[in-house]
Design a protein around this ligand. Structure first.
Ligand SMILES: [Zn+2]
Length: 313
């Protein structure tokens, strides 16, 4: 039985995970518990506000609109990562959604996508987090905001001993919705898992490169290709930039080829017979020169002339 956190427990959990928390006046008693159930809770739902930043959106999420009474979530996650708590209890954020999605968070299974038909009341079962973003697919998600979203989810999951599978996006709850837009919930769950594994002391800088970032770098086609004389058909075909993955493999192949050639040269040297010094004069000719001073002198003159010519050039 997952009883919802009290206001004090939620604040304490968020602070334990290094989240900057601002409590809207009156948030502890701001809820919709008088019109429907709140709890047992099974998960935490991430939304985008479809708005820009500022206190206007915080007030709107606290009070609601004429057609949708507040609170509209548990907390608003600003672009600078600050979390404004606006609702403690049932809030108008999830609406009706997929039975399969609810069962997945209860059973700690991966949430199926796309969601099934709207059938169950999500406002009773999920904490709700409105992250400030225009939701147009262009408005950026600052790293500090993504980090705050992940920490908030880790705080909720740790308290309830849930895994990151209990964190879903509104778009995974109901086919009516597309939020949050601009990052994948699978990536967010991976971040939450990393936090839950490492504990609350994991610093933001440790999260700077995600596994996906590294994958992206590794596959990016940005490394200048190996140039001739390294022999590769790719370069000749005009493929002048390679991915790091490909470049690394090409370097290994080039090194392997070099080693093979060195081994061939070493084998050729080892196999070569020592060659006798080639003497052009026969014994009889040497004897003739030795016993004929004039001939020896003529050869000496000839050699001297050649040496002089060579020195002069
Ligand atoms: Zn939503």
């Amino acid at each position: 039985m997952a009883n919802p956190m009290t206001a004090a427990q939620l604040v304490s959990a968020l602070k334990r995970w290094g989240v900057t928390v601002i409590e809207h006046a009156g948030w502890e008693t701001n809820n919709r518990n008088h019109v429907g159930a709140w709890g047992p809770v099974h998960g935490s739902m991430v939304h985008h506000t479809a708005s820009s930043d500022g206190m206007g959106i915080v007030e709107l999420c606290y009070n609601g609109r004429s057609d949708l009474q507040g609170p509209l979530c548990t907390g608003v996650i600003a672009k600078n990562g600050t979390v404004y708590l606006v609702g403690n209890g049932r809030a108008n954020h999830a609406g009706s959604g997929s039975t399969a999605a609810l069962n997945s968070v209860i059973d700690d299974d991966p949430v199926p996508y796309p969601p099934g038909p709207d059938a169950v009341d999500g406002n009773a079962r999920f904490y709700g987090w409105e992250a400030v973003n225009l939701g147009d697919g262009k408005d950026p998600w600052p790293e500090v905001q993504l980090d705050a979203i992940a920490r908030v989810q880790a705080a909720v999951c740790e308290y309830h001993t849930w895994s990151a599978q209990s964190v879903i996006g509104h778009l995974e709850w109901t086919a009516r919705k597309i939020d949050p837009r601009g990052f994948a919930m699978a990536h967010m769950r991976a971040r939450v898992t990393k936090h839950l594994t490492a504990g609350p002391t994991l610093m933001e800088e440790d999260m700077a490169l995600t596994a996906d970032d590294i994958d992206q770098f590794w596959a990016a086609d940005i490394i200048p290709a190996a140039r001739p004389p390294y022999n590769n058909a790719d370069y000749a075909d005009g493929n002048l930039t390679w991915s790091a993955k490909y470049a690394e493999r090409a370097a290994v192949e080039a090194a392997r080829e070099s080693v093979a050639r060195i081994k061939e040269v070493q084998a050729a040297i080892a196999a070569a017979e020592p060659q006798p010094v080639n003497i052009f004069l026969t014994d009889a000719q040497v004897e003739a020169i030795a016993t004929n001073p004039r001939l020896a002198e003529a050869i000496a003159e000839h050699v001297a002339a050649k040496l002089a010519a060579r020195l002069a050039s």
